[in-house]
Design a protein. Structure first.
Lengths: 405, 169
């Protein structure tokens, strides 16, 4: 007990990391479910349907399958690096999430530590870029250590792609930094409080002056996470499965999880930089918004109850009833006067991030893949000049004092 | 204050082991990885000194950009395993003692210098002196000329590399 009271930072950090890991791992699992469902519906299919009601237990089944599959290590591979690469990819992707503020810094534990951020670094953005820039190693080393043609080609492609698009990604964000005047995430979000003075209903989010920067960021972020239409590193038709061709079992799953964790990270970053992070889009005087999270969960519970009664049979009905109870109970909990204000920040943050994740999946269901030369010329000849021009314009705007937002 | 001390010794050890590995590893990729290990350990040491910005830039620029290029180039040219030769006689009998002597001399100098005193005051003693804002003010006001000169130097190096790498028509 003495140890706990003497090291508040350490204890709080351990608790937060454990909780965050649990939440993120669950979110990753159900992100795969969401992706399969959304893409299926875009393509007029049902998607996973048999394992659990609406396929809700599919991620669990996948996880068990990955765990019990044979773990093959190619004999010609470089064993140490072959083992290291997936760990590197996943741990870096998860580390980045430790810098993200999921709610206002004012909410604190009894020992004075902020609840919604693992580590509130004064130069958070720079550290985030430092960590995500290392993500290339997972891909590059995986391809190299497999000692096989297709993985090597995939790794080369992806290193080139990630290096190219990282430049645009970083440059497109600098405009926001000029507006905010700080590298700390919470301060950047605080700077977006209120409304633009010439347009009273539009929140003071940085997307309004930085719409070009936002579009550049979004494009570069999709490329950076190797998602469609920029998923050249794993173009099946050309490279089998790209850099992770030789990986099987849980090592493959780790690359998979790393990709989804990176998706979450860039969505969080977009939310923080351009969409006001954990701030609500409505003015503070609208007190009914306090009950929005609870009301949403209750509505979900009611829908699940309706669905389980009308559509489901047998075991599926039972499973959906559990979901119903969870949603109703969670909704009631969120309506409690002590909980409702605390849950506001995380609610808006999660809602915005989910919006971005849905957008990602939507893009994947809609767009075809780029050709490799198109990818490179797009990155260097269009995206980089546009984001540079955006930066120069913003800087000029500041230099002549046009901005007094 | 025991945690920073432990962290310091672990990272210092990692940095030294990594540096030795850079030389001893026979596979070029292993050398590159060991170099990354050195840089990451140094970044943690900077963090311990309270220099957050330098630490982040250390990771971002060295580990995140330069070493990625190294690794990519090694992969592209598919560099094989290095050949190992015996030490030359001069290296064996003059190089090793001289290197050891240099190490001692540096340690001696550090021990008596201002930097050594600053380090001895304990990790994080200068935490407040190194904010990003102050660093950039210093960099772009007081040290603007050296900064620009360095930039031009790097530009010249890039052009030189391009000229050297170009094939004759």
């Amino acid at each position: 007990m003495e140890f706990i009271s003497q090291h508040p930072v350490l204890v709080a950090a351990v608790v937060k990391v454990v909780v965050l890991l649990f939440v993120v791992m669950t979110a990753l699992a159900y992100l795969t479910w969401l992706e399969r469902k959304v893409v299926a519906h875009i393509q007029s299919r049902w998607g996973p349907y048999y394992v659990g009601a609406h396929g809700l237990l599919q991620p669990l089944a996948d996880g068990i399958k990955f765990l019990f599959k044979e773990d093959v290590t190619p004999p010609a591979s470089d064993r140490l690096i072959y083992l290291l690469a997936p760990f590197l990819a996943l741990s870096l992707a998860l580390t980045a999430l430790g810098l993200i503020p999921f709610g206002p810094p004012g909410v604190r534990f009894p020992n004075g530590q902020p609840v919604f951020i693992v580590s509130d670094v004064s130069i958070g953005l720079l550290f985030l870029f430092a960590i995500t820039s290392l993500g290339v190693y997972g891909v590059a080393l995986a391809g190299w250590s497999s000692n096989s043609k297709y993985p090597l080609l995939g790794a080369l492609r992806s290193s080139a792609q990630m290096i190219s698009y990282e430049v645009s990604l970083t440059v497109s964000v600098v405009g926001v930094l000029l507006l905010a005047g700080t590298l700390n995430f919470n301060h950047i979000i605080e700077g977006q409080r209120g409304y633009w003075h010439w347009l009273r209903i539009v929140p003071h989010w940085y997307i309004v002056p930085q719409i070009v920067g936002f579009l550049c960021y979004l494009t570069a972020a999709i490329a950076e996470t190797n998602r469609v239409p920029f998923d050249l590193p794993e173009a099946e038709t050309e490279l089998v499965a790209g850099f992770h061709t030789e990986y099987s079992s849980f090592k493959f799953a780790m690359f998979f999880m790393a990709e989804y964790a990176n998706m979450i990270t860039v969505s969080c970053l977009a939310t923080i930089l351009f969409f006001g992070g954990w701030l609500s889009p409505f003015p503070d005087r609208w007190t009914w918004q306090l009950y929005l999270p609870g009301a949403g969960l209750l509505a979900l519970g009611v829908y699940c109850a309706y669905d389980s009664v009308t559509e489901m049979r047998g075991l599926a009905r039972l499973q959906l009833s559990v979901v119903t109870l969870l949603a109703l109970g969670g909704g009631a909990l969120c309506l409690l006067p002590g909980v409702a204000p605390v849950i506001q920040g995380p609610f808006w943050f999660t809602a915005k991030v989910l919006g971005f994740l849905f957008f990602y999946i939507w893009i994947r269901g809609t767009l075809p893949r780029f050709r490799y030369d198109q990818l490179m010329s797009f990155g260097w000849k269009l995206l980089l000049p546009v984001s540079l021009a955006n930066l120069v314009l913003t800087a000029a705007w500041f230099a002549w004092g046009w901005v007094r937002g | 204050m025991i945690f920073p001390a432990i962290l310091f010794f672990v990272c210092a050890l990692l940095a030294i082991v990594g540096a030795v590995m850079v030389i001893l590893a026979r596979e070029p990729i292993h050398s590159a990885l060991a170099l990354i290990l050195v840089m990451m350990s140094l970044a943690v040491l900077y963090l311990l000194l309270g220099a957050e910005f330098i630490a982040a830039v250390q990771i971002l620029v060295y580990a995140g950009a330069i070493m990625i290029l190294f690794v990519t180039v090694i992969m592209v040219i598919n560099a094989g395993v290095e050949e190992r030769t015996d030490f030359s006689k001069i290296a064996k009998f003059a190089g090793l003692p001289l290197g050891f002597f240099l190490l001692l001399e540096t340690a001696h100098w550090l021990y008596h210098s201002a930097i050594g005193a600053a380090i001895a005051n304990g990790p994080g003693a200068h935490a407040e002196a190194f904010s990003t804002r102050e660093l950039s003010t210093e960099l772009f006001r007081r040290y603007l000329l050296p900064f620009e000169a360095t930039s031009i130097l790097i530009l010249i190096a890039v052009l030189g590399a391009l000229v050297l790498a170009r094939k004759d028509e």
